[in-house]
Design a protein around this ligand. Structure first.
Ligand SMILES: Cc1cc2nc3c(=O)[nH]c(=O)nc-3n(C[C@H](O)[C@H](O)[C@H](O)COP(=O)(O)O)c2cc1C
Length: 371
């Protein structure tokens, strides 16, 4: 079965059953340890393992997904106007790389409809809900209109969110430029923070970044500048990272890659560089601004490495596709074991404390993944 058809089948089943789901974690998926709990932005996270944006774009499964034991969910990306996204096929499995390539094109039901749905499901009592917003997928919405588009989504959705993520790495013009350009980002953040003040809102605002273009992570001045703008404007957190446009170091044949065409790469090949980005941001913000680490997590060790690199929370998407929902519990229980093994009292204690030796140890076990 094609990957998008498989996704629709699974999500259809999940949606159909969720009206019977009480706000508790199913015993098969439950794993409750005080060491894994944290308060961040005054929000309580029962565990640091969350669902990454893109899996539940329309917030149709939030209740059921909560019962799988996620510590939090990020729904979206939601855009001000609904969008069908790109023509199919637009999602591809790279089995041998444990990766995916997608060019979904921000398909979603739009901010108004999704807001009505979130209100209806009354998410209270379930896992904290992040709402990821992006610019409507329309090459004619550029400049000032692109910022207004973001503001519209923020106005409609932020009152319903435990945190809002600005997905700035999606194209904003026909030429494919994004808000990951210091001047454009400055304007966007000014506009969002002004609206947040007008709304008397205290919702945390996070920024989701694209990964660096290589595992070597020579941090170019652009990433430095982007992070500086975010810090200066007072963002409350970072999500690192989104998918990558390039196709470096893959086992999948170049003929197949050529046939697939363009799209964002996710999964294992993204692990190292997205972790390096977490570590770079951490070195700039210390503990003052929490980071959500995402990219290639498919084991407790990989999740732990993100924490050591400086992430306070982690998210999974592609790992879930390959390993199924039990991955969430196995990360939580494995992470607890790793905390004990390395003498950390809690997740909070471990955040950013990756020593050289620890890095090396984890590096050997997971940066060159087996199987
Ligand atoms: C099919 C698919 C759709 C995605 N859609 C979105 C999206 O709408 N917004 C977003 O911010 N990230 C989106 N992502 C990126 C993920 O949230 C995540 O950042 C990325 O896949 C890396 O994590 P992973 O290696 O665990 O998959 C999508 C990823 C995939 C595979």
């Amino acid at each position: 079965m094609g990957p998008e058809a498989a996704h629709s089948l699974v999500t259809g089943g999940v949606r159909a059953t969720q009206s019977f789901v009480p706000p508790i974690i199913h015993p098969v998926y439950s794993y409750d340890r005080p060491e894994l709990k944290q308060f961040l932005w005054r929000v309580f996270f029962a565990s640091p393992v969350g669902l990454a944006a893109g899996f539940d774009k329309n917030a149709t499964m939030a209740r059921a997904l909560s019962s799988l034991g996620f510590g939090f969910l990020e729904v979206g990306s939601v855009t001000a106007k609904p969008s069908k996204g790109n023509p199919r096929p637009r999602l591809f499995r790279l089995e041998s790389d444990k990766a995916l390539i997608n060019r979904m094109g921000l398909n979603n039901h739009g901010a108004e409809r999704i807001a009505r749905r979130i209100k209806r499901i009354k998410h209270k009592g379930y896992a904290p809900l992040g709402i990821n917003i992006a610019k409507t997928h329309d090459g004619d919405i550029v400049g000032e209109a692109a910022i207004d588009d973001f503001r519209e989504s923020f106005r409609i959705l932020s009152p319903l969110a435990d945190y809002v993520t600005l997905n700035i790495s999606c194209p904003n013009t026909k030429e494919g430029t994004t808000f990951e350009e210091p001047a454009a980002l400055t304007e966007l953040l000014d506009a969002i923070f002004e609206l947040r003040r007008e709304m008397n809102s205290e919702v945390p605002v996070l920024v989701k970044l694209a990964p660096p273009l290589s595992d070597k992570v020579v941090f170019d001045s652009l990433i430095e500048e982007i992070v500086s703008v975010c810090i200066e404007k007072g963002v409350h957190g970072f999500v690192a990272s989104n998918t990558a446009p390039d196709r470096k170091n893959l086992k999948t044949s170049s003929a197949r890659l050529q046939k697939i065409g363009s799209g964002g790469l996710s999964g294992r090949p993204l692990f190292k560089r997205s972790t390096m980005l977490v570590n770079y941001i951490y070195s700039r913000v210390d503990r003052k601004v929490p980071i959500i680490g995402v990219g290639g997590i498919d084991s407790a060790e990989a999740a732990f490495e993100k924490i050591l690199a400086g992430a306070s929370l982690v998210q999974v998407y592609t790992g879930l596709v390959y390993k199924g929902p039990r991955l969430v519990k196995s990360i939580k229980s494995g992470m607890y074991q790793l905390l004990k093994k390395h003498g950390f009292a809690s997740i909070k204690d471990a955040v950013g404390s990756g020593t050289e030796a620890l890095h090396e140890a984890v590096d050997q076990s997971i940066i060159k993944p087996t199987g």
